[in-house]
Design a protein around this ligand. Structure first.
Ligand SMILES: *[C@@H]1O[C@H](CO)[C@@H](O)[C@H](O)[C@H]1NC(C)=O
Ligand SMILES: *[C@@H]1O[C@H](CO)[C@@H](O)[C@H](O)[C@H]1NC(C)=O
Ligand SMILES: *[C@@H]1O[C@H](CO)[C@@H](O)[C@H](O)[C@H]1NC(C)=O
Ligand SMILES: *[C@@H]1O[C@H](CO)[C@@H](O)[C@H](O)[C@H]1NC(C)=O
Ligand SMILES: *[C@@H]1O[C@H](CO)[C@@H](O)[C@H](O)[C@H]1NC(C)=O
Ligand SMILES: *[C@@H]1O[C@H](CO)[C@@H](O)[C@H](O)[C@H]1NC(C)=O
Ligand SMILES: *[C@@H]1O[C@H](CO)[C@@H](O)[C@H](O)[C@H]1NC(C)=O
Length: 807
């Protein structure tokens, strides 16, 4: 089905070409301007130019832009002319070739809004009027003389998109640079906070800058066919990059290996560089992003904004703060950050807790860098030290006192408990408990009387309520805590059990997860709220949930029940106290220490869970989204695969896109991109990638720096591992160094061999999950696996050598 969709593309291109030739022109001239709804379409029907109104922007702002003609469901501009100067009425605005040969845009009042601004446009013999602007199939708008001489072209003035074939670099003679500048927000193409451009010093690397000054990210230098800082590039061989540096210019350009695919590189509003592809399922799909994590983008949520990768939206304000500019914030522009609900009333005095400022903790937020230390022997002293200085904005006390000054950038909500809490300075009016501290005696006596009356009424109320509640939720409790079959919960009961969805555990590709407790003080549950707009109808939901509900296995997260109201869909699971595998493996200091024994138990358990999904139940289930985030650990570190079957709860084809919406495709098998139908072997591939991460304790996509002992260990980890395994070399170098070599060498060898068989490109060469389990158990002997074809091809290229400088 997907492959047919891909095959259709060339056919559509021919069709589009004929349409363009018959009905639309690709040329703007003095006599045929663009105005109102008139557009020009490139010869092959790939790109269209005209006035547009960005989705989500103010309704009356119009821009001249170029967009994909074939991507009809979402108009996606790749270039904007008047990005900072919208016009209000396209019908009376005109884009035309002016008398001086320039391409100009005039607004409803006839005023010049934008110009190609070429000084030499009017020719020496006054032949300017014969200049024309033509839109090409590469997405380039070219202004040229009749003689063919190019005066100006849009690819040399990119906005936020780098199209295949375009050059992104600098002209060494004029000093002119072609840089990408992000949109201000999702509805406003005006220049935003982030820029991406080549190193002005002439080295072969790119920098993303924030506010034109602070470097947010660098690609690392180009060497042997990869950017040193983007090792995952080599696993996605969709593009061929080329670096050119001569006396006149230095730039990169790239081409697509499959020209029928629609894809682009974009500097997103968030500051991330993204490779995006139009998927056969008619959705934009993110292939990779840099920086890898959204929260690693410099100042991504602005001053005092808190980033949480897993929540949607990913920026929030801490307690006592609100967005400085609510409108921009809603549209994804977080550059203004958060400000205090009430302004600081800094008085520099000791009695400021009454009249001035106070502090609120920011639970789960990691401590920002650049702290100053102060002399303080207790938390209270530290607080006072901060209070005394008006520009001190936060403190933290953990043995010693750290203070922060000015706006805090890059606060991140890690979701876990931090060793040292960060306290943020707020107005005392925003600290609830400090309000009632100083009350006079009169108030106290009134309060005492009042509270006695209140207490009495509460007792009466509680007795009545308990009685009622017991009647009402008898079925709820019995079914939930004792019964083994699936429960259709009342929506209100689930809401109460989760205290009105107040304790968020995290968010996955399908929606947010909240913690709760079943009434009766008993079992902890995790409630998954599926994103409404993505869900199937009520009846299909019930049917699918019932089929998922019968699937029970010790290595699968148990579904206890479900609930739905209106378009909301809830799934109720057992809560897993040790969280997900990614936290345990990559969570840094807060992570659970996983011994080799524990890791091998997880490897085996996850394999058994998947085997059950593939072969144990009546209808075979392809998980589609195996990654460390979807393997949960119970209190004994027994792994439980989560989110299985959820792909079925989504409209057809949507699951394919969802799995990659907020991440990279590091775990996805090559067939996801080539469009071949997906089988259980896609899960096997993802499992292999996860297995490698369990061995190494690091994300595969991260680059391994060179070490002195063993230089062959650096580079893209799956390739490094595959080579070592296939050449029969010692494998202990692959092991997570936190384990200090403490692993059973036979188990390590089995795990590495299995992983390398799992990530073979040809799905028929990958083992089944049954073979995986048997091989891990040592029942089935596995041959030495070959290096997967794609990696082999890469390693064989003369220009490719394992980068030894990727640190
Ligand atoms: C055109 O270029 C000149 C200098 O080359 C500059 O001063 C002017 O602002 C530019 N005008 C527009 C509309 O970009
Ligand atoms: C550019 O080169 C100069 C001198 O070689 C160096 O001082 C400067 O830091 C470099 N700038 C960047 C952005 O690398
Ligand atoms: C960005 O830089 C300009 C000056 O270079 C400065 O005035 C402005 O405050 C900066 N913006 C932010 C959000 O820091
Ligand atoms: C550089 O520009 C000059 C003048 O435009 C041209 O003659 C020369 O061929 C160019 N060099 C390269 C390497 O393109
Ligand atoms: C404490 O507050 C009172 C009343 O606002 C003020 O008069 C006094 O100066 C403050 N003390 C100090 C040390 O700031
Ligand atoms: C930390 O301080 C150093 C030196 O003062 C400065 O260069 C750097 O930009 C600061 N970093 C942040 C995130 O503020
Ligand atoms: C705090 O502000 C004062 C004056 O406004 C300034 O002199 C001092 O350097 C600032 N301290 C810090 C750490 O920024």
């Amino acid at each position: 089905m997907a492959s047919t969709a891909l095959l259709l593309l060339p056919a559509m291109a021919i069709h589009g070409g004929i349409t363009a030739w018959c009905f639309a022109s690709d040329t703007i001239s003095a006599s045929s301007p663009i105005s109102g709804d008139r557009t020009v379409v490139s010869r092959g029907g790939k790109f269209e130019l005209g006035f547009f109104n960005p989705a989500g922007g103010g309704g009356s702002n119009y821009y001249v832009g170029i967009w994909y003609k074939k991507v009809v469901s979402q108009r996606t501009p790749v270039w904007v002319a008047n990005r900072a100067a919208p016009v209000a009425d396209p019908a009376s605005s005109r884009l035309a070739v002016a008398a001086d040969g320039n391409l100009v845009l005039t607004n409803e009042a006839g005023r010049l809004v934008w110009s190609s601004n070429v000084s030499s446009a009017s020719g020496s013999n006054g032949d300017a009027a014969v200049a024309v602007a033509v839109i090409l199939d590469t997405g380039n708008l070219v202004l040229r003389r009749e003689s063919g001489e190019v005066l100006w072209q849009s690819v040399e003035h990119p906005t936020d998109t780098w199209l295949p074939g375009a050059r992104l670099g600098m002209n060494k003679i004029t000093g002119e640079v072609q840089a990408l500048v992000s949109w201000k927000n999702a509805g406003d193409p005006a220049p935003g906070m982030y820029t991406l451009g080549i190193d002005p010093n002439g080295s072969s690397q790119y920098f993303t800058k924030w506010n034109r000054t602070v470097t947010s990210w660098s690609s690392g230098e180009w060497k042997d066919g990869v950017f040193a800082g983007v090792p995952e590039m080599i696993s996605h061989y969709m593009y061929d990059f080329e670096f050119v540096s001569d006396a006149n210019a230095s730039y990169f350009t790239y081409s697509q290996q499959d020209p029928t695919v629609i894809s682009r590189l974009v500097l997103d509003v968030s500051g991330q560089v993204r490779q995006i592809m139009w998927a056969p399922s008619a959705e934009w799909m993110i292939i990779w992003t840099e920086p890898h994590r959204l929260c690693d983008v410099y100042a991504v949520c602005g001053a005092f904004g808190v980033c949480n990768e897993k929540s949607e939206p990913y920026c929030s304000c801490p307690a006592g703060f609100r967005p400085s500019s609510a409108g921009d914030w809603e549209l994804g522009d977080h550059s203004h950050g958060c400000r205090r609900n009430n302004p600081s009333r800094c008085d520099g005095g000791t009695n400021s807790s009454v009249h001035g400022d106070a502090f609120l903790p920011a639970p789960g937020v990691s401590l920002p860098i650049n702290s100053s230390s102060a002399q303080a022997s207790s938390a209270r002293d530290c607080e006072l030290a901060c209070l005394r200085s008006c520009n001190c904005t936060a403190y933290s006390y953990g043995g010693h006192c750290s203070l922060w000054y000015g706006g805090l950038l890059n606060l991140e909500d890690t979701g876990g408990a931090m060793d040292d809490l960060l306290y943020l300075r707020v107005s005392a009016m925003d600290v609830p408990s400090s309000k009632g501290r100083k009350r006079t005696v009169v108030f106290v006596s009134i309060a005492v009387v009042a509270s006695i009356i209140l207490a009495l009424s509460i007792i009466v109320f509680v007795v009545v309520r308990m009685y009622r509640k017991r009647q009402r939720s008898k079925t709820f409790m019995q079914a939930a805590s004792e019964g083994s079959s699936l429960v259709a919960f009342k929506y209100g009961d689930v809401r109460r059990a989760t205290k009105n969805f107040s304790e968020k555990l995290g968010g996955g590709s399908f929606g947010s997860v909240y913690k709760g407790t079943l009434p009766g003080g008993g079992v902890a549950i995790a409630v998954k709220k599926l994103e409404g707009r993505l869900c199937v109808g009520e009846k299909q939901f019930r049917n699918e949930v019932r089929t998922i509900g019968v699937i029970q296995h010790v290595n699968l997260v148990r579904l206890r029940g479900f609930s739905s109201r209106g378009s909301e869909r809830l799934l109720v699971y057992d809560h897993m106290p040790n969280g997900s595998l990614d936290k345990a493996l990559f969570g840094g200091a807060s992570a659970v220490a996983l011994s080799w024994r524990a890791r091998f138990q997880i490897v085996l358990g996850a394999a058994r869970g998947l085997l059950y999904l593939h072969e144990g139940c009546r209808d075979c289930i392809i998980h589609c989204d195996i990654k460390p985030e979807n393997i949960l650990l119970d209190k004994d570190l027994v792994p439980k695969v989560a989110d299985f079957g959820l792909a079925k709860l989504l409209p057809r084809d949507f699951s394919r896109v969802l799995t990659t919406v907020r991440g990279t495709i590091g775990y996805l098998a090559p067939e996801w991109i080539s469009g071949v139908p997906i089988t259980v072997k896609a899960d096997v591939y993802s499992y292999g990638m996860v297995l490698l991460e369990i061995v190494s304790g690091r994300r595969n996509a991260r680059c391994w720096p060179a070490t002195e002992q063993d230089p062959s260990l650096s580079g893209y980890f799956p390739l490094v591992a595959a080579r070592k395994v296939s050449q029969g070399e010692a494998l202990d170098g692959l092991l997570d160094e936190r384990l200090r070599g403490d692993a059973d060498p036979r188990e390590l060898e089995r795990a590495c061999r299995v992983a390398c068989w799992c990530v073979q490109d040809d799905e028929t060469r990958r083992p089944t999950m049954e073979q995986v389990v048997q091989a891990l158990e040592g029942v089935l002997a596995m041959d030495v696996p070959p290096v997967p074809t794609s990696l082999q091809a890469l390693a064989g290229r003369p220009r490719f050598r394992l980068s030894d400088e990727c640190a």
